[in-house]
Design a binder for this molecule. Sequence first.
Ligand code: 3PG
Length: 208
Amino acid sequence: MDIDAVIKRNPVIPVVVLDDAKDAGALADALLAGGITTAEVTFRTTAAASAIAQMSQHSDILVGAGTVTNLDQARTAVDSGAKYLVMPGYNQDIVDYCQANKVPVLPGATDASWLMKALNSGLRYVKFFPAEASGGLPVISALSGPFPQMQFVPTGGISIENLAQYLAHPQVAACGGSWIATRQLIAQGDFSEITARAAATLEIAATR
Ligand code: 3PG
């Protein structure tokens, strides 16, 4: 599988922060029950690697690793079972490692220089992060002019309110964000709310 297959199957990628790997299985079940078949488990807690391992063994959910900022994390994520890697910014070592190991990779890029780097490595998909703080849709539209071959995955400030607007853009392939499975909902064990948010999100994604 390459990153375009991951993104085509998943118009919305939940970005999750797990404080305790024991929640990984229930979170996967909650997302799947709402129709979402992937999760980006971020390396923002020490539970990340173990959460990725547990989630991958638990179900058919496609588990990615997020907030991957160095090569050690990239290797740990893949060894733990991550099927794709997401970075908040651009790191050539991680891109090279992923390409050498055939791991789908989504680097972050919000300006022309980083888009040129991504293109020079043969990448056609980037995470546009932090989307709203970086100027949102007007900036994506401006960058789409010189980069018609690039597809964006805006993340950061996306919510159920602005999702439809982002997904309607011809160069937005998918959106990511934490609103479906917030850290708080996971910590509280409110998995039925996560299922409800997943289903409501997919309803919006289906209208594009
Ligand atoms: C990410 O890492 O992709 C972001 O932290 C998600 O941003 P959000 O919390 O605004 O959705």
